[in-house]
Every structure is written in structure tokens, then in C-alpha cells.
Write a protein that binds this ligand. Structure first.
Ligand SMILES: Cc1ncc(COP(=O)(O)O)c(C=O)c1O
Length: 396
């Protein structure tokens, strides 16, 4: 039999560096090594109990069959109602589609829009999956450097990057891996600019609810309809409700884009799990309970952030700005680079081998010289990790 030859579309993609770090952590654990995993991209909290109960209720009520590919009518309506109540957005159900997590939302959005040769603007550092989806579509990523502005994208940067073939911009705020939040007025300027130049925008709002005051959650779903025509919000319940394993998200986009995404999804995953859609719809309807559950998690992340960032800045060779959202510290370790550590990957490797601490190297995010440290873990883990980092990189 002939050797298997992978398709060009998939060959164009790279593996996920965040998954590789998680894999290394689990392999070490399997060998009985006590690791501190700071590579995690998911909440350390359990899904709130009332949401679990709602899923059981949905299951018991007989929601065990296919739903429409766009999701249950109830699910779409609950998203509309929640966004109206929370953000004052005026949406209609035909702008909503359920997806199996934010990742599939992004995939549906990009694959239903892009053609080979299209150019896609991606601010750097980026979440690892963005360029890979673009590669899969045989489109071309064009990166926008943001370090000069402390990793916050501006309309000026986007304006300078738009070219004749630019079809799409992908923004993610609050950001993975930097934790930075694009100020609301700037994000509006960016999207208005794109709308005026006929460039589409995917706004990945996966960490929408994890913005720490004074930063505020801002959803582009509230923009006026004529601006929103070019926007697809990629939403996710994964981080918001600590339910990464449930695989549920959604898109908010104009009805034509939505139809195209649903068509694509109807031939792949079809739809996210029926009773999970039910649980999320009911949870959104229980507005106060939901808000309280999310607020409790946000407060805890903020407490850890406030402790962690000054501590990281006390580690020799580490430099870290204050993240305004998500649950990642993005640490500049270029101060350590030299003969002993030629790259940030070598710093990460030394943390792993000598201190059994797993972090994610910045290279996969397009930011060699940085490490991403997740604080979606206990204070005890953070304290132990910082202590060991301080010892490992002590001067002299
Ligand atoms: C920036 C960003 N977008 C999207 C996702 C996708 O999340 P999910 O597919 O679990 O909703 C993640 C997950 O880590 C993320 O960090």
C-alpha cells in the first residue's frame, strides 16, 4: 500500500505548541513527577453546579437527538436576549449560530469567507490557531507587530497594514497570550476602519468576561448594523463558564455569513451537543446567577494576577507588564538570553527539566523571547513556582 500522504491543506498547518506543553506535563505526571503546570489554557474552576444540573435536566427531558445545524431556536434566542441585557446589543436569531467551541466558531468564520490568495491581518503575538486556520484556507497571514505599543493593536497599525488583497483581520481582546485589552474606543476605530475599507473582522471574544477593572468587557456585537456587517464575533462558553470540555460556542455575524457557516458546519460537526445547548441557553436566561458565577471567577483571577505580576518582575531576567484580562502573564525573558539560554525555548526547557514547571514558550505565539505563564491555577502552585523560578535564575 502506498505511503499515506497528508493533504496540502493540512500539511500547511503546524501542530499546536500549547497542546505540546500540556502533553509534556501529562507525560511527566505519568512518570510520577510532581509538575506545576503553568501552561494551562483553561480555568482551574469546575463548571458551576447549576449549569451541570441544567445539562442533566436537558438530557432527562429527552433532548437527545439532532438539533438544527445552527443550534436550537431557544439557544439562539437566549444569546440574543443575553447580549441585549448585558451589552444593549440589538441582534436577531438569524445572526447567531451555535458551534462546538470558539475554535469551531473561528474555523467556520474563516473557512466560509477566505479564498486562496486572500490576505489576513493577524496582530502579533497571536493565539496559535489563527495562522493555522488561515494556512488551512490557503490564504496568507500578514502579521502586524504590536510590541511597540505594549502589545495593544491600534487603528493606525491596521491602516498601515491593509493592502489590495486584505480580506480579513482577526482580533482577540482580552488577548491570549498577552492578557492585553484593546480599549473600547480604539477597537471601534479599528472595526470602523475595516468596514470603510471592505475588510472583514473576526473578533475572538473568548475571554470577553475576564477583563479586570478598569478594563471593561466590550463586545463588537453592539456596533451599529452597517459596521457590524463586516464583523463575526467568535464566542465561547469554555472560559466564561469553566466548561472547556463541553465544547460549545457561537458566532454572531450577518445572516448571509451565518448561513454560510451553518452550511459548512452541517457537513462537519453538524451542531454542538443538544443538551449542552439547552444548559447554556437556560444559564444565560438565569442572568443574575450566571453573572454571579462569572464574577466570582473574575475576582479570583484578578487576585492571583495582582499577586503574581510583581513577583514575576522580581525574578532575575523576567519583565512582565500588567495584563488587563484573560489569565495569562506574558513574560519578556530576553534579559536571560545569551550563551546559557540561546532562546526562550531554552528557558522554558530549563524550567521544565530543573524545576518541573511547565510554561509555554512564546515562539508558537510569534513572540520568541517571551514565555506565557497561566495563572489559571492555585495560589499555592503560583507561590511554589515563583520561588523555584527565583532560585533557578538567581544572579551569578
Ligand atoms: C484566544 C482563544 N480563542 C479561542 C479559543 C477556543 O476555545 P474553545 O474552542 O474551547 O471555545 C481559545 C482557547 O484556548 C483561545 O485562547
Amino acid at each position: 500500500m502506498a505511503n499515506f500522504v497528508v493533504s496540502e491543506n493540512v500539511a500547511a498547518m503546524h501542530g499546536s505548541s500549547t497542546m505540546i506543553a500540556a502533553q509534556m506535563a501529562s507525560e511527566m505526571r505519568a512518570k510520577g513527577i510532581d509538575v506545576i503546570d503553568l501552561s494551562v489554557g483553561e480555568p482551574d474552576f469546575d463548571t458551576p453546579e447549576f449549569i451541570k444540573n441544567l445539562a442533566i435536566e436537558g438530557l432527562r427531558s429527552g433532548l437527545t437527538k439532532y438539533t438544527p445545524a445552527a443550534g436550537l431556536a431557544k439557544f439562539r434566542q437566549s444569546i440574543v436576549d443575553f447580549y441585549a441585557k448585558e451589552f444593549g446589543a440589538q441582534l436577531t436569531p438569524n445572526e447567531i449560530a451555535a458551534s462546538c467551541g470558539g475554535k469551531q466558531a473561528l474555523f467556520n468564520a474563516a473557512c466560509s469567507l477566505l479564498d486562496p490568495g486572500d490576505e489576513v491581518l493577524i496582530p502579533k503575538p497571536y493565539w496559535v490557531t489563527f495562522p493555522e486556520i488561515v494556512h488551512f484556507c490557503r490564504a496568507t497571514p500578514k502579521y502586524i507587530e504590536t510590541e511597540a505599543n505594549d502589545f495593544v493593536l491600534t487603528a493606525e497599525m491596521v491602516k498601515a497594514a491593509i493592502g489590495a488583497n486584505t480580506k480579513l483581520l482577526i482580533v482577540n481582546s482580552p488577548n491570549n497570550p498577552t492578557g492585553r485589552v484593546i480599549p473600547k474606543d480604539e477597537l471601534i476605530r479599528i472595526i470602523e476602519l475595516c468596514a470603510s475599507r471592505g475588510v472583514y473582522v473576526i473578533t475572538d471574544e473568548c475571554y470577553l468576561f475576564f477583563a479586570y477593572p478598569p478594563a471593561e468587557p466590550f463586545s463588537s456585537a453592539v456596533l451599529p448594523k452597517d459596521v457590524r456587517e463586516v464583523v463575526c464575533v467568535a464566542g465561547s462558553f469554555s472560559k466564561t463558564f469553566a466548561m472547556t470540555g463541553w465544547r460549545i460556542g457561537y458566532t454572531i455575524a450577518n445572516p448571509e455569513w451565518t448561513k454560510a457557516m451553518v452550511k459548512l458546519q452541517s457537513h462537519s460537526a453538524t451542531h454542538p451537543t443538544s443538551f449542552v445547548q439547552y444548559a447554556c441557553a437556560q444559564a444565560l436566561d438565569s442572568f443574575d446567577q450566571t453573572k454571579a458565577a462569572v464574577a466570582a471567577m473574575t475576582v479570583e483571577y484578578e487576585r492571583r494576577r495582582d499577586w503574581l505580576i510583581p513577583e514575576l518582575n522580581n525574578v532575575n531576567g523576567f519583565k512582565c507588564g500588567m495584563p488587563e484580562g484573560a489569565f495569562y502573564a506574558f513574560v519578556d525573558v530576553r534579559g536571560l538570553l545569551g550563551e546559557k539560554f540561546p532562546t526562550s525555548a531554552a528557558v522554558a526547557e530549563s524550567l521544565l527539566k530543573e524545576a518541573h514547571i511547565v510554561v509555554t514558550d512564546g515562539e508558537g505565539f510569534g513572540a520568541d523571547g517571551f514565555l506565557r505563564i497561566s495563572y489559571a491555577t492555585s495560589m499555592e502552585n503560583l507561590k511554589n513556582a515563583v520561588k523555584q523560578m527565583r532560585e533557578l535564575f538567581a544572579k551569578g
